[in-house]
Structures are given as C-alpha cells and as structure tokens.
Design a protein around this ligand. Structure first.
Ligand SMILES: NC(=O)c1ccc[n+]([C@@H]2O[C@H](COP(=O)([O-])OP(=O)(O)OC[C@H]3O[C@@H](n4cnc5c(N)ncnc54)[C@H](OP(=O)(O)O)[C@@H]3O)[C@@H](O)[C@H]2O)c1
Length: 329
C-alpha cells in the first residue's frame, strides 16, 4: 500500500515522498483498521514539513494531522465503532492508504455528511468554534473581527457566527473575495489597506467589539486590536506573515486590550473524551445541515504528493487541497 514519508525538513515538496509499505496487519484487541478516504493539507502540515512547527517529529515520519476514514476491521474489545463506519481520525499520521489506530483515536461520523467536509472537521471548524466561545460571552448581534477570512478557519468562523447571530467583519487581501464571503454569510468584507481600522469602525459604529481573531501576526495584530473596543481580546492563532505579533503600549496599557494565543492541539490534548465527542457531534451535524461548508479547490492521490504540496503552498487559492489516499471520493 501507499504512504507518505517525510525524510528530512525543508521545502515540503522536496522532503516528502510516496512510498510502498506493508499494509497494517489485523488490529490489536483495542484497535481498528481504517482505509483513509480524505485528508486536507493544512498550513500546519507545511510548517511541520519545513521543520517550523511547534516541535520536530523523529524521522522518518508519516504526516497527516487530520482525515476521515472507513473502518475495515475492529479488534475484539472495540464496541465504539463497527466495520463500515465512516470515522474522523484523531491521529496525526493519516497520510497512508490504511492505518491501525487505537479505538480512542476515531470518532464515528454521520454517513450522510460530505466526506471531504468531514476530512476537514477536526482542525478548522473546531478552531473557529472554540475561539468564538472560549474568550468572550458573545451576545446576539455582537461583532467579531477577523483577518485571513478566506482561510478554512475564516470560512468556518463566518458560518458559525452567522448560525449563532454574531456579526463578522472579515479582512482579506483580494477584492474578488468580497462576493463569495458575503454569500457565505459574512456581514462585512474589507480588503486590507492603510485605512482598514477607519473602515471597520464605520461598520461597527458605537457597538462594543470584544473579540478580534488574528491568523496573520506582525502589524496585522495591531490593526485587529485597533478595531476592538477598550478591554477587548485579540486571539492569535497563526503567523501567516512570518512575523511576531505586534501590539502597542497604548493598546495594552491604556486601552486594556488582551492578546492571547490559541492552539487546538493543546486544547484537545486536555479535553475529556466525552467533551471531544460532543464537540464533533455538534460540528458534524452542522456539516450535515449545510451550515459548515469549506470550499475545496482540488484533490490529489498520494502518488501526486509533490504537486499537491506545491498547490497547497500557493497563495490566492479559493479552497483547500486534499489528498484522497484510496481514490476520488
Ligand atoms: N492555532 C491553531 O490551533 C490553528 C488551527 C487551525 C489553523 N491554524 C492556522 O490558521 C491559519 C489558517 O489556516 P487554514 O487551514 O484555515 O488556511 P487555508 O485554508 O490554507 O488558507 C490560508 C489563508 O491564509 C491567507 N494568507 C496566507 N498568507 C497570508 C498573509 N501573509 N497575510 C494575510 N493572509 C495570508 C490566504 O489568503 P489568500 O487567499 O489571499 O492567499 C488564505 O486565505 C494558518 O496560519 C494555520 O496554521 C491554527
């Protein structure tokens, strides 16, 4: 069977290769065997492959932070899932045709939910949901300001905010994104520029703006902070600019703004199993009813890993890039 192997850290398409390995044997008593159906290539994967993520795994390494799979065999003690179930994988090694996973690493998903959407459920919708709910008690009509709004997280945040009656100002860097993001539920879409803060305040007016969501860092953090009301919170969860977050003494000292960081992996690591299951049951139901829908630009087989990684690293995409290890879904 095919799997992706990382042999060193560097430019992602140079350091990953598709190799032939033995299929996993029968699952252990507490394991399941799954066939992988789809896995997105997220910015975090590109950082990991480049050796720029939170930590470097030992090499060689099989990447793949998330994915959806079909159960093909279950161990003697496993009662949580059955052969044939579609499951979300909580493993971080999903880029292979087949895997043996602990039963604790899979969560049954609704069969009728779109497979590609489920493949992207673990990371971005959960990130958007937790950032919207963990830092402020948002009331119906409250505004949230975010940048990188065309990202997977950005789309989920727009859709989840809309479904809960929260309004969003969405910062992008391309004019052509205004129409699709508005259609996706954005209340306002602003193209970044020197007068961004004034344009944002013209929309939010006198309303209290308590929450700013920043994936870009650098001076973008300063701009998001300037869009907030006094004592608001900026949640940084990415550094797409490659720069450190910047906030001024005026923002922190005189205006009482808080900058905090969000990392899903850390949160999931300490979340009780029943809470994890409840969170993904909630989010997968929102996939079924069409609330959550992340645009997809292309899918690739494992053999095309180099092209897929180059495509995922490209700017100006209009959707996610996914691997479909066992063929198109
Ligand atoms: N902390 C966490 O737990 C966590 C969880 C999930 C995601 N993340 C982070 O969230 C970010 C988005 O992830 P994703 O999977 O949603 O991304 P994605 O769907 O792959 O989209 C990437 C987005 O980033 C934008 N972008 C890239 N470079 C930029 C820059 N220098 N300035 C402004 N925008 C830029 C792109 O804009 P264009 O369309 O204009 O190219 C695109 O909208 C990444 O940084 C990722 O690492 C963090």
């Amino acid at each position: 069977m095919l799997a992706i192997e990382l042999t060193g850290f560097g430019t992602p398409h140079d350091v990953c290769r598709c190799i032939e390995i033995d299929a996993p044997g029968a699952p252990g008593p507490d394991e399941v065997t799954v066939d992988s159906l789809a896995c997105p290539i997220n910015p975090a994967e590109l950082l990991l492959l480049a050796g720029l993520y939170a930590s470097k795994p030992p090499l060689p390494y099989q990447p793949g932070i998330e994915g959806v799979a079909r159960v093909t065999a279950v161990g003697a003690n496993v009662t949580s899932v059955n052969v044939g179930d579609k499951v979300m994988s909580l493993s971080r090694n999903n880029w292979a045709q087949s895997l043996n996973l602990s039963a604790n690493e899979v969560i049954a998903m609704p069969e009728q939910a779109d497979t590609l959407q489920l493949a992207m459920l673990k990371v971005n919708p959960a990130t958007a949901w937790l950032m919207l709910t963990q830092y402020c008690d948002l009331k119906p009509g409250d505004w949230v300001v975010q940048n990188a709004a065309n990202s997977g997280v950005g789309h989920s945040l727009i859709q989840l905010a809309k479904a809960n009656g929260w309004r969003t100002v969405n910062v992008v860097r391309r004019e052509e994104l205004i129409a699709p993001l508005t259609a996706a539920g954005a209340d306002a879409v602003l193209v970044d520029g020197p007068d961004l803060v004034q344009r944002c305040k013209a929309i939010t007016g006198d309303a209290s703006v308590k929450l700013g969501i920043d994936a870009v860092a650098g001076s973008a953090t300063t701009k998001i902070a300037d869009c907030l009301s006094d004592d608001g919170t900026v949640v940084n969860y990415g550094f797409l600019s490659g720069e450190a977050c910047q906030m001024t003494p005026t923002q922190i000292v005189f205006r009482g703004l808080t900058l905090t960081g969000f990392w899903l992996a850390k949160l999931l690591g300490s979340m009780p199993r029943d809470k994890i299951e409840a969170q993904y049951a909630h989010l997968s139901n929102l996939v079924v009813d069409g609330t959550l829908n992340t645009p997809v630009e292309a899918t690739y087989g494992l053999n095309d890993i180099g092209t897929a990684l180059k495509h995922a690293a490209r700017e100006g995409r209009n959707g996610k890039i996914l691997l479909t290890p066992n063929g198109a879904v």
